[in-house]
Design a binder for this molecule. Structure first.
Ligand SMILES: [Zn+2]
Length: 74
């Protein structure tokens, strides 16, 4: 038995994902562009998201950046 993923919570750590798009849906008020639009999600992060939560729940900023390797210093 599985429950529907909470779109407000990170499917990886369960913390609030602070998604601006979801907040806009909740409050009905325009929000600034979500932080996730400025972050490049690594494939390894996306692959860790349970299938049922994909496209439904955003990953939080901490999880999105934790798996991101530091950019190579040129
Ligand atoms: Zn998280």
């Amino acid at each position: 038995m599985s429950t529907a993923p909470d779109p407000r919570r990170c499917p990886l750590c369960g913390q609030p994902n602070d998604c601006a798009m979801q907040r806009q849906r909740d409050t009905g008020e325009p929000q600034p562009p979500c932080w996730c639009t400025t972050v490049r999600f690594e494939r390894v992060v996306l692959e860790r998201i349970p299938t049922e939560a994909r496209r439904l729940a955003c990953v939080c900023r901490a999880c999105a950046t934790a798996a991101t390797p530091a950019p190579p210093s040129a």
